[in-house]
Design a protein around this ligand. Structure first.
Ligand code: AMP
Ligand code: GLY
Length: 431
């Protein structure tokens, strides 16, 4: 099978690494890819949102399957584009329709969906500019902190947690006045939930689904979960507190009703669902849905998946997922993201990355990295590399990931040395 993978981050390197291992994959192309994906296939410089160029490439290169990494092409309707064009209908697209991608693309849509299907989530109200005064009054009577969410995609910046009502009212006005452009013409105001976040992933064909390993992500730039939010500084899988009892609730109260809702609304959905969850005293709630895998969660989820990912994609595309057994590596996987100095604010690019060959026993996933004409691999983004180790104990795995993080050098390199340390106590208690 000829496969085209869309995207260019650490998630896509991990996907390319896993897809290329499948005997079902005869050729892999990645658009646009990075220096890491180029180790497993051919990078082609097409933007994942240039659907017309993707069409020409797929036809010229006899592509049989398109795997979509990031959310933007999905929210913009890449699945629908392929489905509606008779020349492209034979190509299997792994990723939901634009309607399905609304679960990520519109927070208000996701909240209405959860409410309709009885899925536990923070209580909320949504407002548009015509309801400004009503929203101000609603916030005035709200408990603090108040969570404000821009309805649309806002590059991960659209959620504000306000500690006072006055701050929330001020931000709310600014959001409706266009603080996040089109994305905040509608604003969700919701209750703040206190607990520990974790992420659960399924691959579904819209009817049946398979559960992938869960993961915990570390979003803040600073050690001890301090400072600005980032795309993700590291991840660990499995999550020790996601025990059988919690995961049973996740399946019964969250995954099954979500799949039921997808069917009831008649959404075409062949792809991943990423459930961003919070454990509130043993009860799982949904913080958000994403219509794709997470980054850097993928860099720990896929190394633990023993099954053939392409066989799973094929089964999903044929509606036969219920027939495929899924095998998970029981070991712990941890990934540490090396970032450019200054990230998530301004940072420089183009720094030579040294020491990649020194990392022998661990996995290196390239994110914001590219090979330049002089043959060097250089930094090309905020998040540069994700270094993944596997091990039999959380402690040993974290130590290996930190060891790998030390072996690689580039000017301005920064990483969090405390990724996963909060899980150690929990795992040793669990024995
Ligand atoms: P989102 O973009 O929806 O994932 O939100 C970004 C981050 O804001 C989440 O990962 C949480 O840490 C936090 N957050 C969002 N909604 C809530 C909530 N209702 N209660 C507490 N924290 C929240
Ligand atoms: N790591 C969070 C995300 O991929 O959205």
């Amino acid at each position: 099978m000829n496969i085209l993978l869309l995207g260019s981050g650490g998630r896509e390197h991990a996907l390319a690494w896993k897809i290329a291992q499948s005997p079902l994959c005869s050729r892999l192309c990645i658009s646009p890819g990075n220096s890491g994906t180029a180790l497993h296939g051919q990078n082609v410089s097409i933007s994942p949102t240039d659907f017309e160029a993707l069409k020409q490439f797929c036809l010229a290169e006899s592509i049989d399957m398109v795997v979509v990494g990031p959310e933007e092409p999905l929210v913009r309707g890449v699945w629908d584009f392929f489905r509606q064009d008779p020349a492209l209908q034979h190509i299997m697209v792994i990723g939901p329709s634009a309607a399905g991608a609304q679960l990520e693309g519109s927070k208000a849509y996701a909240k209405q969906f959860m409410q309709e299907y009885g899925i536990p989530t923070a209580t909320y109200r949504e407002f548009d500019a015509a309801q400004l005064e009503e929203g101000i009054a609603y916030i005035g009577a709200h408990s603090t902190p108040v969570v404000l969410k821009a309805d649309g995609l806002a590059a991960g910046k659209g959620v504000l947690i306000c500690s006072t009502v006055e701050q929330a009212q001020d931000e709310f006005r600014q959001m409706l006045a266009g603080k996040f452009g089109q994305a905040s013409t509608r604003v969700v105001v919701e209750e703040f939930l206190t607990g520990i976040e974790f992420s659960v992933f399924v691959l579904t064909d819209g009817r049946s689904w398979v559960l992938l390993p869960e993961a915990k992500d570390y979003k803040r730039i600073g050690e001890g979960d301090t400072g600005l939010n980032t795309g993700g500084m590291g991840a660990v899988s499995p999550v020790p507190f996601a025990d059988d009892a919690l995961m049973r609730k996740v399946r019964q109260r969250i995954i099954e009703p979500t799949i039921h809702g997808i069917q009831a609304r008649g959404m075409a959905y062949t792809g991943f669902i990423f459930f961003g969850l919070i454990n509130v005293s043993g009860e799982p709630y949904v913080i958000e849905y994403n219509c794709r895998l997470g980054d850097p969660e993928t860099e720990v989820v896929l190394p633990r998946l023993r099954s053939d990912l392409v066989a799973l994609f094929q089964a999903a595309g044929e509606g036969l997922l219920h027939k495929v057994p899924i095998e998970i590596d029981p070991r712990t996987a941890a990934t540490i993201v090396l970032v450019s100095g200054g990230y998530p604010e301004a940072y420089e690019k183009g720094k030579v990355i040294r020491g990649l060959e020194a990392v022998q026993n661990h996995l290196i996933f390239h994110a914001g990295a590219k090979r330049t004409e002089d043959g060097q691999i250089r930094t090309d983004g905020g998040r540069v590399l994700a270094l993944t180790a596997l091990g039999y104990s959380v402690e040993e795995t974290l130590a290996h990931a930190r060891e790998a993080a030390e072996q690689i050098q580039f000017e301005g390199k920064y990483y969090r040395r405390d990724i996963g340390l909060d899980l150690l106590q929990a795992s040793s208690k669990a024995g």
